[in-house]
Write a protein that binds this ligand. Structure first.
Ligand code: FAD
Length: 294
C-alpha cells in the first residue's frame, strides 16, 4: 500500500485536491523572535489583561479569517499568524513584519517559517486501489483555524485500524468520511463565513455577546458546535437588535448541520450512490458560500 502524506504541494498520487482555489489558502507564518525590552513586552500583555504564559490573540486584524498570536517565553516571543491574501489581506509573514515594526521591543527572528494551509471540505476519494491519501494532501484540516495536525493524526489512527482489521484502504475511506469528515466539512462552512465578515461585524458579534466563549469553545477544541437552547434564549434580546447579523449566522449554522448530517450516509462502495452523494455535497458546499453572504 502507498499512503500519500506529502502535504499540499506534494506528490498528488490521487490527483489534485478538488476545488481548491486561491480563496481557500491560508497563508500561515510562525516566528520565534528575540525580546529587546522585556518591560515593554509585559506592558502589552498587561494592557490586554492576558497573564504571562498565556496567548495574546488579535483576531480579525487582516480580514475576518485572520489571527496574530503572541506568547512570551523566557527571553523570546513566539508569533503565529494566518490570513487569506486572496481576500486582499497581507500574508501571514507580512502580518508578523508589520506587528514587529509597530512594536520596537520585538527583536530579530531566531527561527521562522511560513507556508500555505489548504482549507476546504475533506478530499474524496481518500483511497483508490493500493493508494490512499492523508493529512493536508487529503484536505483533512480543521478549517475554522487551519489546524491539520490533530485531524491528520486521527486519520492516521483510522487508517492503521482499518488496515490491521483487514478492511484495508476502502474501510479507511468509508469510516473516516462517515465519522470524521462531517465535522471538518461543517467547520469549513464556518470558515467561508468568517473569511467574509468585516472587523466591524466581528466586533459587534463579540461585544453583543452573540459570539461568546461557550460558542467558541467547541471550535477551539475541534468538537461539533454546541448550541444550548437556554443560552440562545438569553441572547434573544441582543439578537433582535442585530437581526441581519444573526440571520446570516443562523443560515451558516443550518448549513453546518446539514453538511455534517450528510457524512454518516457516505455509501460504502464506489458507484452510482456515491456519485449522487458527492453531487449532493458539492451542491451544499456551493450553497454555503451563498449562506455566508450578507
Ligand atoms: C506556520 C504554520 C503554523 C501552523 N500551526 C498549526 C497548529 O498550531 N496546529 C495545527 O494543527 N496545524 C497547524 N498548522 C497546519 C499544519 O502544519 C499542517 O496541517 C500539517 O503539518 C499537515 O501535515 P501533513 O503531514 O499532512 O503535511 P506536511 O506537514 O506538509 O508534510 C508533508 C511532508 O511530505 C514531504 N513531501 C512533499 N512532497 C513529497 C514527495 N513528492 N515525496 C515525498 N515526500 C514529499 C514534505 O517535504 C513534508 O515533509 C500550521 C501550519 C503553518 C504553516
Amino acid at each position: 500500500m502507498i499512503v500519500d502524506a506529502s502535504g499540499l504541494a506534494g506528490a498528488r498520487l490521487l490527483g489534485e485536491p478538488p476545488g481548491i482555489a486561491r480563496h481557500d489558502l491560508c497563508s500561515a507564518a510562525q516566528e520565534i523572535r528575540a525580546v529587546r525590552d522585556r518591560g515593554a513586552a509585559e506592558a502589552l500583555f498587561a494592557r490586554h489583561r492576558v497573564p504571562l504564559g498565556e496567548v495574546l490573540s488579535f483576531v480579525g486584524s487582516a480580514g475576518g479569517y485572520s489571527v496574530l498570536n503572541l506568547r512570551l517565553e523566557g527571553d523570546h516571543v513566539s508569533m503565529l499568524t494566518g490570513s487569506i491574501p486572496a481576500e486582499g489581506h497581507p500574508s501571514g509573514r507580512a502580518m508578523i513584519e508589520r506587528f514587529a515594526a509597530e512594536h520596537p521591543w520585538i527583536g530579530p527572528p531566531i527561527r521562522a517559517g511560513a507556508r500555505a494551509i489548504p482549507l476546504g471540505p475533506p478530499a474524496l476519494p481518500l483511497a483508490r486501489g493500493r493508494v490512499a491519501r492523508i493529512g493536508d494532501a487529503a484536505l483533512q484540516v480543521f478549517s475554522a483555524h487551519g489546524s491539520g495536525i490533530g485531524a491528520g493524526l486521527v486519520a492516521a489512527r483510522v487508517l492503521v485500524d482499518a488496515i490491521t482489521r483487514g478492511g484495508g484502504l476502502a474501510e479507511y475511506e468509508t469510516r473516516w468520511t462517515r465519522e470524521r469528515g462531517g465535522l471538518l466539512a461543517a467547520y469549513d462552512v464556518f470558515r467561508r463565513y468568517s473569511q467574509r465578515i468585516t472587523l466591524a461585524e466581528l466586533e459587534r458579534l463579540v461585544t453583543t455577546g452573540l459570539l461568546d466563549a461557550a460558542m467558541m469553545r467547541p471550535a477551539m477544541t475541534q468538537l461539533p458546535p454546541a448550541l444550548d437552547a437556554r443560552a440562545l434564549l438569553e441572547k434573544a434580546p441582543r439578537a433582535l437588535r442585530e437581526r441581519a447579523l444573526v440571520s446570516r449566522l443562523a443560515r451558516v449554522v443550518a448549513r453546518m448541520e446539514a453538511i455534517r448530517a450528510l457524512h454518516p450516509l457516505y455509501p460504502s462502495r464506489p458507484g452510482a450512490a456515491r456519485e449522487a452523494w458527492s453531487r449532493a455535497r458539492t451542491r451544499m458546499i456551493g450553497r454555503s458560500w451563498v449562506a455566508s453572504r450578507p
